[in-house]
Design a protein around this ligand. Sequence first.
Ligand code: 2AL
Length: 249
Amino acid sequence: MRIKIINPNTTASMTAKIGACARSVAAVSTEVVAVSPGMGPVSIESHYDEALAVPGLLQEIATGELQGFDGYLIACFGDPGLKAARELARGPVVGCAEAAMHLASLVAGRFSVVTTLGRTMGQAWHLAEAYGMKRFCANVRACELAVLELEEPGSRGRLRIVDECRCALDEDGAEAIVLGCAGMADLCDHIADALGVPVVDGVAAGVKLLESLVGLRLATSKRGELARPLPKAMTGGLADFSLPAVEAD
Ligand code: 2AL
């Protein structure tokens, strides 16, 4: 199967890291293509960044449909544009927060999310609520690290994240950790080894969920809410996003 991982921020080094982590867990028969959109924020750590990441992300879904991908992973912990992406795609689309939270809920009574900046904690709580995962979520914690600090070799980031994860176990009663940024994917094994509890990275979780869904031939339902959006003109700078009428099969 062929899966397309879209890092909705435009930082190439993070996309390469996400692709490598995804390939390290993917089955040998799974082809993983990791991309960033051609436009958008270099990192996503506010609602404004999320909103502006979505058009480029949707372009990647639209081209992915022409390229024949079997499924898509949105590799940003805010899961930006997830429902809109599902409307465009025939195959399954998984967000890395929803993948990580669901898998964590299968291996622990309660998990804590450890994320980057404190200002992104609200979105993590919002997603936990929206996904029905709030009752498994002991806490959401921030390391006060900017996303792009994760890209700096030798930054204080790794130590800071391990410390915060340890506090989650000691203070929240968490039994597992959910990593709250796709840019933390490469730290997963190190943190799991250091702490001795399940540590769930949304990139790896998303790849394995997509392999399950595609393997079971479970595609996005095109009946109702997630049907293709209605044919419609978009105007101004969004003209390229106009949707023509599609011929009936
Ligand atoms: C993220 C993420 O996963 N990628 C990004 O640019 N921002 N999320 C986060 N909470 O920092």
